[in-house]
Design a protein around this ligand. Sequence first.
Ligand SMILES: [Fe+2]
Ligand SMILES: [Fe+2]
Ligand SMILES: [Fe+2]
Ligand SMILES: [Fe+2]
Length: 326
Amino acid sequence: MAVQPTTEYFDLLNMAVAREIQVSIQYMLQHAKMEKLIRKTIPENILFDKTTYDAVGKFLKEFAIVEMKHAADIMERIYYLGGSATTKANKVMVGNSLSEFAKNDVKAEEEALVLYRKIINTAKEVDDWETREMFEKIYGEEEQHLFKFQEYVNYKDEPEEAGNVALSEWRRIFTDDYFALLNKAVAAEISAIIQYTNQHEKAALLALRGKDTALEVILETNKAKVVSDLLKPIFLTEMEHLEKITERIYLLEGETVTEPEPLPQVGDNADDFLKLDHEAENYALVLYRKIIEEAMKRGDSKTRRMFEDIVSQEEDHYWTFDDFLR
Ligand SMILES: [Fe+2]
Ligand SMILES: [Fe+2]
Ligand SMILES: [Fe+2]
Ligand SMILES: [Fe+2]
C-alpha cells in the first residue's frame, strides 16, 4: 500500500518548502548586495576584501539556485503524495555586511538541520522511504552550506553607517518613491519565481496522471508536460531579473522588499497555470513600462536600459504562454 500521509505530515513538509523558498531569495539578495559591499571596502583592505566578497558572492548565487531546487523537489513530493505545496516563504533576512549575512545564513541552515532531522524521523515512522531518502540527501547539502557560512561569521567588516554622507547632485533623482516603484518589480519577480516553481512541480504530476486526447497518447505527451517543460527555463530568467534589479537598487543605496506582490497563485490544471502565468507576465509588462517611463523622465538611463531588456524577455514569456492558451 502506498503511504497515507496525514495533514500534520504535509504541514511538516510545507515548513521545509517555506524555508527553502526563504533562503533561496535570501541568498540571491545577498549575492546582489555583494557588489555594493565591494565598493565600500576601505583602501587598506581592498585586495583581501574584494577577493573574499567575490568568492562568497559566487557561491551565494549557486546556493540560491540549489535551495530553489530543494523547494521544487519537496513540492514535487508533496504533490505526488496527494497534498498541496505552499507558496508561502519564511521571513527573508538579508543583513548589511558579510558577517551579518553569515550570521543570518548560519541561523537559517541550523534551523533547516533541526527540521530535516525531524522530517527524516517522521518519514521513517510512516514508512515513506522516498521522502526520507530525499531529505537525507538535502540534509547533507544543508550541512555543507552551514560549514561554509560558519567560516564568515567573524569576518571583520562593519555594517555601514547610514545617512552621514551628503548626496551628490546626480543622485538626487533616486528618491524614496522611485525606490518604491523599483521594488514593485522586485516583488513581482519574487512572485513569478515562486509561482512558476510550484506550478512546474504540480504540472509534472498532472503530466504523469493523464492524457486528454488520443494524439497525446500516441505522442506520449500532454499539455501538462508541455507546461512543466516550459516553466523551468522561464523560472531561471526570472531569477536573473531579480538579481539584476536588486543589484541596481543596492548599488544606488536603496533597500529592497523581500516579499512577493501580487501573491503567487498556482491553479488546478495546465490551463489554469497558463492563464495565471499570462496574467503575471501582463502585470510585469505594464509595471515595467511604467518604470521605463519614470526612469526616462528622471534621466536614469542605466535603469531604463535594464528594464528595456527585461521587458523584451517578459514579452517572450507572455507570448510563450499565449501560444498554449487555446
Ligand atoms: Fe535547501
Ligand atoms: Fe542550504
Ligand atoms: Fe521577470
Ligand atoms: Fe517573465
